[in-house]
Ligand binder design. Structure first.
Ligand code: ADP
Ligand code: MG
Length: 569
């Protein structure tokens, strides 16, 4: 049987080095990762059997088993789930498929800063590779459901791995870790101890909906075989209780956090946990999470929308786009509906009226949770906004029903305070007497906007201007006319009216005089610059700069012009 040797991709090798040298102090989490993969594999198999009549696999006893061998110092995590083909193994295990992770690793390499890598690791999670935190050799034997050939993958994590065929592999996947000898000596990290393994499962994987089995403990020996050599009875270690179905008061924050990590593949705790229940004709439970940081690929094509759909505790699908709008794509969680068919398809979901109602309620709940966070936990809200504000504002363009709610939870830079953001409500409350409108200017950065000549008159009069510096700001301001009856007005467009009635009269008289004085010059300039500008006129808005270019009220802004040009339009 031929065995091929492959080299790890550069990024994968780098990640493995970080694992081997164990920069992550909480090594226990490797087991969470392996169990999480096994659980996903069981979900996938059950679904595939449900959808594909031709697939004849036994799904009557889907489970995960953990096997400890003290003598050999190995720990095996086995599942009888979907398994992997030869090609899957090479593609999934040998490379880092997630483009966000690869990009992140490049940046990390460039910065050469390993000092805070533990924190950085937590930002994306490393899944299967975390095995190398505790093992000096990892063997994976797998057979894809429906195929006859199995595959063996093996590596010490040092640059290369081998892949070969196996004839008698059971269907599913077994990952065997040869544990590092130094860990076995330390009670804290002794992963050959059944007690230790049980404790980790309880802590991190209790809610997993598949049974996690281990040989029963008995005094004395902890091996899978008892003293007389007969195998011990397996027992189920996890409670398998769906957290969203348990009374709120019974579930601890730590348990919610672990579920979040399982479904999001994130290694850090969520910022906020949201629970919802609906009873009556269409019953469902939802458990949603707002992450504490944006994933690397949030703005990349194909980013996963995170809400999973369950039907009566049974996992149905990931990335259920019918449940969350694009602009809330960072929300993770589980929605468990009572009255749907297990065979429900994405197409059916998109059209189902009950699902649409549920979608509306989920969106409103997320938005109101953020609103509550603003007053109850301002610093949490700030983190949220810094991480996800750019995405949330996309909703101003697509979700008209919730536009006011989105504006209400939005924050913006302001000329008033360099350090702090402001909400529109706060801006309105501070408006000067006689000020009619909410003034803003879009641009690439705070400094670019602040040095703009358009700003001068506002600075001179001490009028606050919102500084909108996200690319998406250019777009939504075009379609949002007002907030609570106050018009949103760009200071870079058309005639901006800053003065009181009295001042206006004076200015008007002055301007008329000047207009006459300069009539010839303006006519001449308009003629000379005809190719570039529509009109040359005197302006009252500049105090220092001699001239500036303004757009018509309905013109596109210079930044948007650039954007269109970049897109080839
Ligand atoms: P992630 O789970 O975030 O995708 P991992 O590194 O944990 O990343 O796993 C990489 C991929 O390898 C998984 O997405 C899955 O396709 C495959 N895989 C890992 N473990 C198993 C398993 N036990 N059974 C089937 N496929 C698996
Ligand atoms: Mg994983």
């Amino acid at each position: 049987m031929s065995t091929e040797t492959f080299e790890f991709q550069v990024e994968a090798r780098q990640l493995l080095q970080m694992m081997i040298h164990s920069i992550y102090s909480n090594k226990d989490v490797f087991l969470r990762e392996l169990i999480s993969n096994a659980s996903d594999a069981l979900d996938k198999l059950r679904l595939e059997v449900l959808r594909d009549d031709a697939l004849r696999e036994d799904t009557s006893d889907l489970h995960i088993s953990l096997e400890v061998d003290k003598k050999e110092r190995t720990l095996t995590v086995r599942d009888n789930g979907i398994g992997m083909s030869h090609a899957d193994v090479v593609q999934l295990i040998g490379t880092i498929a997630n483009s966000g992770t690869a990009k992140f690793l490049k940046e990390l390499k460039e910065s050469q800063d390993a000092g805070n890598s533990e924190e950085l690791i937590g930002q994306f999670g490393v899944g299967f590779y975390s095995s190398f935190m505790v093992a000096d050799e990892v063997t994976l034997v797998t057979r894809r459901a429906g195929e006859s050939q199995g595959t063996r993958w093996e590596s010490t994590g040092e640059g290369t791995y081998t892949v070969g065929s196996v004839d008698d592999a059971p269907q599913g996947t077994a990952v065997t870790l040869r544990l590092k000898p130094e860990d076995t000596e330390d009670q804290l990290f002794d992963y050959t101890s059944g007690w230790k393994i049980r404790e980790i499962v309880k802590r991190y994987s209790d809610f997993i909906t598949w049974p996690i089995r281990m040989a029963a403990e008995s005094a004395g020996s902890e091996d899978d075989e008892s003293v007389d050599g007969t195998p011990r009875e397996p027992e189920t270690v996890n409670s398998m209780k769906a957290l969203w179905a348990r009374p709120k008061s019974e579930v601890t924050d730590a348990e919610y956090n672990e579920l979040y990590k399982h479904i999001s593949h994130d290694w850090t705790d969520p910022l906020e946990t949201i629970r919802m229940q609906a009873e009556g004709t269409f019953e469902y439970q939802a458990l949603l999470f707002l992450p504490s940081h944006a994933p690397q690929d949030l703005f990349m094509q194909g980013h996963k929308r995170g809400v999973q759909l369950y039907v009566k505790r049974v996992f149905i699908m990931d990335e259920c786009e019918a449940l969350m709008p694009e602009y809330l794509r960072f929300v993770k969680g589980v929605v468990d509906a009572q009255d749907l068919s297990l065979n429900v398809s994405r197409e059916i979901l998109q059209q189902d009226r009950q699902i649409q109602l549920m979608h509306r309620r989920l969106v409103k709940k997320v938005l109101s949770t953020v609103k509550d966070m603003m007053s109850a936990h301002p610093d949490r809200y700030l983190t949220f906004w810094q991480e996800f504000g750019r995405v949330v504002k996309e909703g101003l363009l697509s979700d008209f029903e919730n536009r006011d709610a989105i504006l209400g939870i939005s924050s913006f830079g302001t000329t008033r305070d360099e350090e702090k953001l402001t909400t529109l409500r706060e801006y309105v409350e501070r408006m000067k007497e006689g000020q009619q409108h909410i003034f803003y200017m879009t641009g690439e950065s705070r400094s670019a906007i602040e040095s703009s000549p358009h700003m001068e008159a506002f600075q001179a009069k001490g009028i606050e201007v919102l500084l909108l510096t996200d690319p998406v700001d250019e777009v939504w301001v075009q379609s949002v006319p007002e907030f609570e009856g106050k018009q949103l007005l760009s200071i870079a467009k058309g005639e901006v009216d800053l003065d009181t009635e009295e001042e206006k009269k004076e200015v008007e008289a002055e301007r008329e005089k000047q207009q006459q004085d300069f009539a010839d010059l303006l006519a001449w300039m308009t003629k000379e610059l005809a190719e570039h500008v529509k009109e040359v006129r005197l302006s009252s808005r500049l105090t220092v700069s001699p001239a500036c270019i303004v757009g018509d009220t309905h013109d596109v802004t210079p930044a948007l012009e650039n954007m269109y040009r970049a897109m080839g339009q």
